[in-house]
Write a protein that binds this ligand. Structure first.
Ligand SMILES: Cc1ncc(COP(=O)(O)O)c(C=O)c1O
Length: 334
């Protein structure tokens, strides 16, 4: 693959800074020899592979072209025809965009002052026209986590005919003991769908592999939206190879955790407000004009981050990237 030429520090899309492990690259290279062949008409093997990993039946998994592809099918199924889709704001840009594309209406509930999703506010925003609620844990852009107990309380308050999409795109960066036990919760809440991706910790963003876990009935509804031959044949090869390279993936996740600590602490030492992040990015907040000044200084130093009205989301990169961010922010705020 010819890489797209991107200069400077690319810290705006929450990609990891490493290419796939050598064993994954080798498996992909071998698979390219069969690129003349179509993938499966509708993917069966990849859901089976993922389901085996969780010890569940394959009819509980649906895959798509990235988590984005799965979200598209979910909002088409649950959020079309003017249905309300309740979500936090800011959130992953895909949610308001894809909801509008599907003919639904995004209902945006502001974050709390400390960068958390306002679960009480989100519950209050649910009306008879609401078909879908989206929560992210860790949240994008702030990196904050929903505590398991908070989540169960939220689900218990909600009517069972409203579907809840829990987006866990960054869950691989979260320690096991801090995760929501989604599989057992699904036995209690059949209206729960969980979304995951191989774009983040597994570093396969270019290959577009995401999936949802849910009840067989819900998964069936989502899967009937799938495009025939729509799933890249390399996706299955890459996922299989990544599962076999799990220790290497785990070491990278640990390294990113260390860099995230350095970035977060470094920004806090400069007097900036940065919530505890459980993902591969940090979010710093400042009043509007100040955030623009810092954002412009970073752009001037060829450091590309994601800009919000009162915040900057900075992907955790390698050591050089962290040093460059801290040096530039320091020269701007001091
Ligand atoms: C919260 C969240 N969900 C979903 C996605 C989509 O990921 P992908 O389509 O690459 O799997 C992203 C990407 O940044 C994200 O931040």
């Amino acid at each position: 693959m010819t890489p797209v030429l991107r200069r400077g520090h690319q810290l705006q899309l929450n990609e990891i800074p490493y290419g796939p492990p050598a064993s994954v690259q080798e498996a992909l290279t071998r698979a390219l020899a069969s690129a003349n062949r179509y993938p499966e008409f509708l993917p069966q093997r990849l859901p089976r592979l993922i389901a085996e990993r969780f010890g569940i039946e394959p009819d509980r998994i649906v895959v798509g072209a990235g988590a984005t592809g799965v979200i598209m099918h979910i909002v088409q199924e649950f959020g079309s025809g003017g249905a309300h889709v309740v979500m936090a704001t800011p959130t992953f840009d895909g949610y308001p965009i894809l909801t509008a594309m599907a003919g639904g209406r995004p209902i945006a509930v502001p974050l709390t002052g400390d960068g958390r999703q306002d679960l009480a506010g989100i519950a209050r925003a649910v009306t008879a026209t609401t078909r879908l609620v989206v929560l992210c844990s860790p949240h994008n852009p702030t990196g904050t986590l929903i505590a398991p107990v908070e989540f169960v309380e939220f689900m218990s308050r909600l009517s069972a005919d409203v579907t809840v999409l829990l987006d866990e795109a960054y869950v691989d960066f979260v320690a096991d003991h801090e995760r929501i036990e989604v599989l057992s919760l699904m036995e209690r809440f059949s209206n729960l769908i969980v979304l995951r991706t191989f774009s983040k910790a597994y570093g396969l963003a270019a290959l577009r592999v995401g999936y949802a876990i849910g009840s067989p009935a819900t998964i069936k509804r989502i899967a009937r939206r799938q495009l025939p031959f729509g799933m890249n044949a390399l996706a299955e090869v890459a996922v299989r190879a990544c599962y076999e390279a799990e220790p290497e993936i785990a070491a990278r996740v640990a390294e990113i955790g260390d860099h995230r600590g350095q970035l977060t602490e470094g920004l806090r030492e400069l007097g900036l407000t940065v919530p505890d992040s459980y993902a591969n990015f940090s979010y710093l907040t400042l009043p509007g004009p100040d955030i623009d000044r810092v954002g412009m200084a970073l752009a001037g130093a060829d450091i590309h981050v994601k800009h919000y009205p009162t915040g900057l989301r900075i992907t955790v990169g390698d050591r050089d990237a962290t040093d460059a961010v801290l040096a530039t922010v320091r020269s701007t705020v001091q």
